[in-house]
Design a protein around this ligand. Structure first.
Ligand SMILES: Nc1ncnc2c1ncn2[C@@H]1O[C@H](COP(=O)(O)OP(=O)(O)OP(=O)(O)O)[C@@H](O)[C@H]1O
Ligand SMILES: [Mg+2]
Length: 366
């Protein structure tokens, strides 16, 4: 049969379908590429939020890290409490990326940023046709986090009405989309955070006690920076390295008087404020060394008004070292060998320093 007699509905082939096989191969290759990229990104995230990124070796910080390690692999609800900027969100990430759900989504909802009338549709989703403008079904954050972790940030900002709805969902372990009738089971690990005094909010009727008890299963108190002064230098160095890289500047060190100012300041904005102070200093400094005058005015006032103790570098380092030794002894409950290990020191060096600072190690025994 000659080609001219071929029926026209087969011939000529549609050029876009003609290569269906090729297309399939291409999309398979694309799928594999995306999968590889996905794996890579997850690894990167895990690295970014892994324990190694939680800077801090002070006693209180070690305790937090220990708690995170204990709870990460369980499915337990975690309540993170601490002042603004102490690292609650970073810890929520660390818990997720060290849990069995690490390969599934981490979905964050900032309760303070959501207007009350949008909260329900954001959290639970919307059925198509639920209201004017809802043309297609939209999943809520609970569904998007399926199999993974839902992080409800600033939980203390939820209105009481929203608290009632949230409690109901947590009890039933299922949701209904707005305008829907079907119950959808949810499989999420819940992490919530707040800088509010929830007990006081309960007392004034702004936070429901029943929800509080549901959330208060495993609570981690993240200490303010002023209570872990030994972490200040470590964090400052960490941010110095990170930010000078980001700003393509070669800033190598922080001068003694500037270190003095950093350590004596009370950091009401905690780690975030410290990061901002270092960023500012990296931007304005010109000769590779951060000096006192590169730091924000709030820190200058403390020093200018004479409230900042004027220590020599040696005195300051000694104070930091003494703190670190005591912190380690506290964590190790007075076991000097263990405390030495915590600081990566030999027992001999550790004991020598404990004697030098006249630290009574026996009082740390449990
Ligand atoms: N231990 C730490 N090591 C390294 N970076 C930290 C640490 N703690 C906090 N940070 C950094 O400080 C900044 C503030 O932390 P984060 O956003 O987690 O605080 P937060 O407690 O959630 O604050 P808020 O209550 O205001 O939301 C972030 O950039 C975070 O990466
Ligand atoms: Mg936060």
């Amino acid at each position: 049969m000659s080609s001219s007699t071929a029926p026209t509905w087969i011939d000529p082939p549609d050029p876009s379908i003609g290569t269906l096989k090729q297309q399939l191969a291409r999309s398979e290759a694309e799928r594999q590429r995306l999968e590889a990229e996905n794996t890579h990104l997850r690894l990167e995230l895990k690295e970014r939020y892994g324990f190694s990124n939680l800077v801090g070796t002070s006693g209180p910080m070690r305790q937090v890290q220990e708690q995170i390690a204990q709870v990460a692999r369980a499915n337990t609800t975690v309540l993170l409490r601490g002042e603004s900027g102490t690292g609650k969100e970073l810890l929520a990430h660390a818990i997720h990326y060290n849990s069995t759900r690490a390969k599934r989504p981490f979905v964050k909802v900032s309760c303070a940023a959501l207007p009350h009338d949008l909260l329900e549709s954001e959290l639970f989703g919307v059925e198509a046709g639920a209201f004017t403008g809802a043309h297609v079904m939209r999943k809520g954050r609970f569904e998007l986090a399926d199999g993974g972790t839902l992080f409800l940030d600033e939980i203390g900002e939820l209105t009481v009405a929203a608290q009632v709805k949230l409690l109901r969902v947590l009890q039933a372990r299922e949701i209904e989309r707005v305008g829907g009738t079907e119950s959808i089971p949810i499989n999420i690990r819940l992490i919530v955070a707040t800088n509010k005094d929830l007990e006081a909010a309960i007392a004034t009727g702004h936070f429901r006690e029943d929800l509080y008890h549901r959330l208060n299963v495993f609570t981690i108190f993240v200490p303010p920076l002023r209570e872990r002064k030994t972490d200040i230098l470590l964090l400052a160095d960490h941010f110095l390295e990170k930010l000078s890289r980001e700003h393509h500047k070669q800033v190598r060190r922080i001068a003694t008087p500037a270190i003095d100012m950093l350590v004596s300041y009370h950091w009401p904005g905690n780690v975030r404020e410290l990061a901002n102070a270092i960023e500012r200093a990296v931007v304005v400094c010109d000769a590779g060394v951060i000096h006192g005058h590169h730091l924000p005015p709030t820190l200058q006032t403390a020093e200018a008004s004479g409230t900042a103790p004027t220590l020599t570098l040696n005195e300051m380092l000694e104070a930091v070292e003494k703190d670190a030794l005591q912190d380690a002894l506290k964590s190790a409950r007075g076991n000097r060998a263990k405390a030495a290990r915590l600081l990566g020191a030999t027992e001999r060096v550790f004991n020598y320093r404990v004697r030098r600072y006249r630290i009574d190690w026996k009082r740390f025994r449990a």
